[in-house]
Design a protein around this ligand. Structure first.
Ligand SMILES: Nc1ncnc2c1ncn2[C@@H]1O[C@H](COP(=O)(O)OP(=O)(O)OP(=O)(O)O)[C@@H](O)[C@H]1O
Length: 242
């Protein structure tokens, strides 16, 4: 089945404050959607909701026509989430971090080693990944770390990543390339970023019209992408790559 991630009216309330209001989006397989906005705009809240980590206070998240469910259910359906802090174990090397994820998904050890090496090479770490611990491989960014489910059966992939302070142009391009490759393998990819260049690399088209007035977050998510202006009004927007 072709992956289709849809959100409808997703609203997140923290401590009585609406930080995300009525976001609609639709991300089919093969597309990379970027959401951007200033700190506090609600990017992480949106991605957490899309990944099943945070139940929306209103609205729905649907994957392939079925409600997403909680994180366990989402993971079981191939939804990968890459947290901002990478979620890596600092006591493990880069390759060990990748291996653990693969082995936990019952990938045979030999295959897991090959996949781990391929993943690290794709971000320019290669053999260095056998020595590099978390601090040393941060520039490779989060997208290098696949979930086994995500590799075997591409589903949604939510990546709050690419803070400009952490990625230079080369590594930014690598991250975007990895996300595009994931999309090309059939994933629907959502990336949150502060980095206008990273967002622009995910060229796109406007999301469907909102069905209800926005409960504007304190600083709204804004669209960006090749040739697309930034919205001047608070308007959470999603967009997809053709
Ligand atoms: N667990 C929480 N409890 C209370 N408030 C929260 C919680 N998580 C987020 N918030 C608030 O919700 C708002 C949106 O936060 P969120 O992390 O989604 O924004 P963001 O766009 O991802 O920000 P950043 O780019 O800095 O990561 C912020 O004002 C934040 O302080």
């Amino acid at each position: 089945m072709s992956v289709l991630l849809e959100a409808s009216g997703v609203t997140v309330v923290h401590e009585g404050r609406t930080v995300l209001g009525g976001v609609d989006l639709r991300v089919p397989a093969g597309r990379v959607l970027a959401v951007t906005g200033p700190s506090g705009a609600g990017k992480t809240s949106l991605l957490w909701a899309l990944a099943g980590l945070r139940r929306p206070d209103a609205g729905t998240v649907v994957l392939d026509g079925e409600p997403l469910g909680d994180r366990d259910a989402a993971a079981g359906r191939g939804v990968v989430v890459v947290p901002q802090g990478n979620g890596l174990a600092s006591v493990l090397t880069a390759s060990e971090n990748v291996l653990v994820a693969l082995l936990a998904g019952s990938v045979p050890p030999a295959e897991a080693r090959a996949r781990a090496l391929a993943a690290l090479e794709s971000v320019g770490l290669g053999q260095a990944g056998h020595q590099a611990r978390r601090g040393g491989c941060r520039a490779a960014s989060s997208s290098a770390w696949p979930s086994p489910a995500g590799w075997r059966r591409p589903g949604g992939c939510c990546s709050p990543t690419s803070r400009p302070a952490r990625l230079d142009a080369t590594n930014r391009a690598r991250v975007v390339d990895l996300l595009r490759a994931e999309a090309a393998r059939g994933a629907a990819v959502v990336m949150a970023t502060h980095d206008p260049d990273a967002a622009a690399a995910c060229d796109g088209e406007p999301a469907p019209r909102r069905r209800r007035p926005a409960l504007a977050p304190p600083a709204a998510l804004t669209p960006c992408g090749a040739g697309r202006p930034t919205c001047e009004t608070p308007r959470p927007v999603a967009w997809c790559r053709r």
